[in-house]
Structure formats: structure tokens, C-alpha cells
Design a protein around this ligand. Sequence first.
Ligand code: URA
Length: 283
Amino acid sequence: MDGEATGERLQKVLARAGLGSRRVCEDLIADERVVVNGEIAVLGRRVDPERDRIEVDGVRVLATDDLVHYLLNKPPGTVTTASDPQGRPTVVQLVPTEPRVFPVGRLDFDTEGLLLLTNDGELTQLLTHPSHGVVKTYLAEVDGEPTPGTLRTLREGVELDDGRTAPAKVTLVQQQASSAAVEIGIHEGRNRQVRRMFEAVGHPVRRLVRVRIGPLADRSLAPGEWRLLTYAEVRSLYAAAQDAGVTATPDAVPDAAPEQAVEPVVEPVVAVRKDPEGDGGPG
Ligand code: URA
């Protein structure tokens, strides 16, 4: 049934979803920034949060608690699948079993770092669709001393067996005697892409850590730990994926300055869960 006559007041649903006080949400509606099921909403609109699709400034509002979004710090030696025929540990085993969630995209067995797991199919599709790919930033420890020319090659595009890579943001973070730490931001999601890029330029990867997914970073999660995303973070991911869909051009790869790339952009408001006995709902 359409929630228009019987549902909850739209400003109440928006306020609960973290858009601001009811008064602020009324202003959003009055300013025609809120769309319900494709139509600009008017004050007095009632909605069914389970069924109606609500957007503010073109970004979907999550008005239901059925969707969960976990940010996991994937430890090395885990597979990014729901189950593994070889019986290796999976990332899904590290988060609560109910509701059932799936990883968004893939990290290699030995790759560490940030991984999203969710039952939000729409967000998964947006984030994994090639034309929407948000920038994912990795810190790679590589063999040898990459020269400025090599770094430029990585930035401009490397010939791989499945084609030339799109422009990337590449920063030398630290040079040591026989290895270097390089930060690299890419918006493509090809199989083993970062490792293959560095192999192609003669600097095999020793260790690979994903430190940022679009607007999301979090240094507070130890390997194997997870936390729920806040509503604000989920919204920021939707916004980033939608923006990337429009502007996924070489120029749109944002700066990935080392000191920024490891800082949380959106402070977590939900405590880090070491023991995954969560309550299942964003706070
Ligand atoms: N690129 C890689 O090479 N491996 C990953 O796990 C992710 C990106």
C-alpha cells in the first residue's frame, strides 16, 4: 500500500535517518530537496519507510533498519567470499551471521585493509559498477626504489594483459634501503590490479593494504575488527558512487595525500566491535 495517507510524517523519518532535527527536515522538504518515489515531496507528506524510496539532493536516504553496512579491516589470509571450497577463513565469518551480508568487491587473500560487507544490494551495485567506481586507495610496500619516471608511468597508465590502466593517483610515501611505501588511488576494480601494475613496472608488491574506499577511512580498526557504518557514512558512499558515475574521468581521481588518506573523513560514532555480537542496527 502507498504510505502517503497512513505512513509516518516524512520529516520524522528524515530526522530519524540522521538528516537533522525535524525542523531542519521540514525546511529540506519546503526547499523541494526531498523526492519520494520520483516526485518532489510537499510538507505533510507521509511515507512508508519500508517501501518508499526517499532521496535528499538526489542521494538515497536509508530509512529502514533492515540494511546493515559493516566496515571490516580484513586481515591477510582470508578470502573475500561467503564460503571457500578449500576451507580457508572467509571475511564473512568475521562479522555477525544475521542478517546475511556479502562483501562489496574483492580483496586478494593476502591483501589487508578496509572492506565493506552489506545486504544493501543497491549500494553494492553502485560501488562495484565500473562506471560508478569510487576511488579506492591502497598503501603498497614494494620492492626496490621506484624512480619519478616509474611513478609517472603508474599515474598515467600501465599496459597490462587486459589493457591499459586508467590514470591513477600515486604518491611515494617512504623510501627505505630496499623497499618503498607507495600510496595509489584507482577507480577501476580489475583483478589483482595494484599488484599487476607494480609488477609491470618492476616493483613487486610485498604487502598491500586498502586504506580508503571513496570517502571512508578508519585507522582505529585493528585487523579482523569491524564496525557499523553511520548513516552519514552510508549517505556519503551513495553520494560518492553517484558522483563517480557522472565524473569518473582521469581528472576526477582525487588527491590521495598520505596524511589524509589514513585519517577517518567521517568520524565513527559507533564503537568498534572486537566481539562481533552486535545489535545489528546503526545507532
Ligand atoms: N589490487 C590488488 O592487486 N589486490 C587487491 O586485493 C586489491 C587491489
